[in-house]
Design a protein around this ligand. Structure first.
Ligand code: SF4
Length: 347
């Protein structure tokens, strides 16, 4: 059984587009960042959706480019005392919750996520309070406060397995905040899920009719879809999965052409994984009035080299992630449960 709670989707403030830098300026910042990372015993941890420049810099400097689960693992295991998290704020908060002894800096704390913004703690508390019999599972894309309220945190890479596990224990669940991923997981597992109605502004934009037209143009292509996309788009997919799973699918599927429905930032690592393949962006509503993201997250785009340089120079202040001790202690529990569960899957 699947029940859906009719909570409103909020209207999100959108960040300004970052200033474009010349190649010379970029090169200047890259060199300065390399020096500062070494001087400050810092490491750059970047998400797959950041710009290719940032991903290349993370690789070049011994950092990592990964999904949010792997970013959390890497940050915890790496000996650096400062983590520069190039992503969105919940990723920085997760790094701080797992590593309270480390300094966690972000290029900008204004890098939000529509899923996080669409699940404010006061409304979420009221929602959970009215269903006390349900186990609360929240996606990693939530604030530290929402995680502190949860029994489990989960990422898309292990969502189906975790919900299957909880369902096998007979647990009824609250799922938040992504409605499309919640619906996908519910269909895969048959679990009893009450779902929050948040959405990712990037994946919500993929359109079935335009995708069908693109499929007609590239009849031999496979379609790869992230499950934060609407169900009708997921149903057209040859492979559905998290960012890491999509990169893996791109490598292993026999198709030479791949239509990819997720943030275009992923193309950098996907093309590295299978240089012989042709990667095609799945269509969104286009640069028209209704398209708010056009396959690239506006908050991920805030992670430029200039902002990373500023974070390293400022050494804290407006770039440093802080999580209140009480919230941290509570949020650590469901995060550690997730990491332990992910480890059992790996082994
Ligand atoms: S791509 Fe979507 S889920 Fe990811 S940070 Fe941006 S808004 Fe959030």
């Amino acid at each position: 059984m699947s029940l859906f709670f009719e909570n409103p989707i909020l209207d999100y403030p959108f960040p300004p587009r970052p200033k474009l830098l010349s190649e010379q300026e970029k090169q200047y910042y890259r060199e300065r960042i390399k020096t500062l990372l070494a001087e400050r015993n810092a490491v750059l941890v970047a998400h797959y959706y950041t710009d290719p420049d940032i991903q290349a810099l993370a690789e070049e400097t011994g950092g990592c480019v990964a999904d949010s689960l792997e970013m959390a693992r890497f940050g915890s295991l790496h000996p650096a005392t400062t983590l520069i998290v190039a992503g969105v704020r919940f990723m920085g908060e997760t790094a701080k919750i797992l590593n309270p002894e480390k300094t966690v800096l972000m290029p900008t704390l204004a890098a939000e996520c529509s899923l996080d913004l669409g699940c404010p703690i006061e409304q979420f508390n009221a929602f959970c309070d009215s269903h006390p019999e349900r186990t609360v599972v929240v996606y990693a894309n939530t604030s530290a406060e929402v995680k502190a309220r949860a029994d489990w945190v989960v990422t898309s890479s292990i969502a189906v397995e975790l919900i299957e596990h909880l369902d096998s224990l007979g647990e009824k669940l609250i799922w938040a905040p992504d409605r499309h991923l919640g619906s996908y997981v519910q269909k895969q597992t048959g679990a009893d899920i009450l779902c929050w109605q948040g959405a990712c502004i990037v994946h919500d934009e993929f359109k079935t009719q335009a995708l069908a037209r693109m499929k007609a143009l590239y009849p031999q292509a496979a379609v790869l879809v992230h499950p934060e996309s609407p169900q009708s788009v997921v149903e057209m997919a040859d492979a559905v999965g998290s960012t890491s799973q999509l990169i893996n699918a791109a490598k292993t599927l026999p198709h030479r052409e791949l239509i990819v429905a997720t943030d275009r930032g992923i193309f950098y690592k996907m093309q590295q994984a299978c240089p012989e393949k042709v990667l095609i962006e799945a269509p969104t509503a286009g640069e028209g009035a209704t398209c708010r993201s056009c396959a690239h997250c506006p908050w991920m785009a805030m992670n430029g080299v200039q902002a990373i340089f500023s974070a390293l120079v400022a050494d804290g202040g407006e770039h440093e992630i802080q999580v209140a001790a009480g919230v941290r202690e509570k949020a650590l529990l469901p995060l550690n449960r997730m990491l332990a569960f992910a480890a059992t899957l790996k082994s």
